[in-house]
Design a protein around this ligand. Structure first.
Ligand code: C2E
Ligand code: CA
Ligand code: CA
Ligand code: CA
Length: 278
């Protein structure tokens, strides 16, 4: 028992040490990776179930780390937020999204591309200026862009940020509340935010097929958002049964593995750039 206990303790310590080393190393690698152009974007469609067509694509960053498999955001975005490297990473994402949006518009596509914006980025006094510069530099039409701001962040925005967001929206950029249902929304405030859409978090959707209670909650949230005149996008849809249920609840816009996984631009265009039918 003693040996077993020590063995466990050693493993535990090793794991922590490894984690600590990983953190410092990861942060260094991240800034280096930006310089070396190791990041890439994947796109996941938001599909209108009525037409079967994509209306927007969410841009999701990935890191082609030279010594790892493709690294997904949960492994580096939180760290990048803590260290501030997210600002540089976010600039890169903005630039790439604007460049892509300009090309898509040129090709006659009308899907918006959504950018995830973190708290740290939105807190930069020149965030909106940099976004506008990226749009202008790349020639990205505002109507091709969307910003995703998490519910908790959205509830916390200062008047200055709200004004800038409203101005951007007046110019044609769409604004979505992300991960809705995970925070503690002030519903009166939700009504006053300059937003177009609300993305319902997958945690609200997970059990709707099997649990009447989950269904009731989801239905109430959908009704609330639609009642405020906002569009609902449901995230994390993983099965046809979920989608059928959500359609009964009045949802039409869906994002999730059941429709498509995030994919590279070529795959996205091959699948969702509609041939000019009319
Ligand atoms: P998010 O904004 O909520 O993005 C949706 C996440 O859910 C993505 O994970 C996506 O791949 C995943 N997903 C899509 N469909 C399904 C599904 O049916 N089931 C499940 N279980 N998951 C699904 P990903 O790409 O790992 O990104 C994780 C988070 O990292 C994002 O969550 C977002 O908060 C953040 N993130 C991603 N790209 C960026 C970025 O460019 N900038 C910033 N600041 N954050 C980013
Ligand atoms: Ca993104
Ligand atoms: Ca998002
Ligand atoms: Ca989300």
């Amino acid at each position: 028992a003693k040996r077993e206990g020590r063995g466990r303790a050693e493993i535990y310590t090793d794991a922590l040490a490894l984690e600590a080393q990983d953190r410092a190393e990861l942060e260094r690698d991240l800034l280096m990776g930006l310089q070396r152009d190791e990041f890439l974007l994947e796109f996941q469609p938001q599909v209108d179930a009525l037409t079967g067509r994509a209306v927007a694509a969410e841009a999701l960053v990935r890191w082609a780390h030279p010594e790892r498999d493709l690294v997904l955001p949960p492994a580096f975005v939180p760290l990048a937020e803590e260290s501030g490297a997210i600002v540089a990473l976010g600039d890169w994402v903005m630039g790439r999204v604007c460049e892509t949006a300009a090309r898509w518009a040129e090709a006659g596509m009308d899907h918006r591309i959504a950018i995830n914006v973190s708290a740290r980025e939105l807190g930069q006094p020149d965030f909106f200026l940099r976004l506008r510069h990226a749009m202008a530099a790349q020639g990205a039409p505002p109507a091709m862009l969307e910003l995703e701001i998490t519910e908790s962040l959205a509830m916390d925005m200062e008047p200055r940020v709200l004004d800038q967001l409203a101005a951007l929206r007046a110019d044609g950029v769409a604004v979505a509340i992300d991960d809705f249902g995970t925070g503690y929304s002030n519903l009166a405030r939700l009504k006053e935010l300059p937003v177009d859409r609300v993305k319902i978090d997958h945690s609200l959707v997970r059990d709707i097929v099997t649990s009447a209670q989950a269904r009731t909650i989801c239905s109430a949230v959908v009704g609330l958002i639609q009642g405020l005149g906002l569009q609902v996008v449901v995230e994390g849809v993983e099965s046809q049964a979920q989608m059928d249920m959500l359609r009964v609840l009045g949802c039409t816009l869906f994002q999730g593995y059941h429709l498509a996984r995030p994919m590279n631009e070529d795959a996205y265009l091959a699948r969702y750039a509609a041939p000019d039918a009319d």
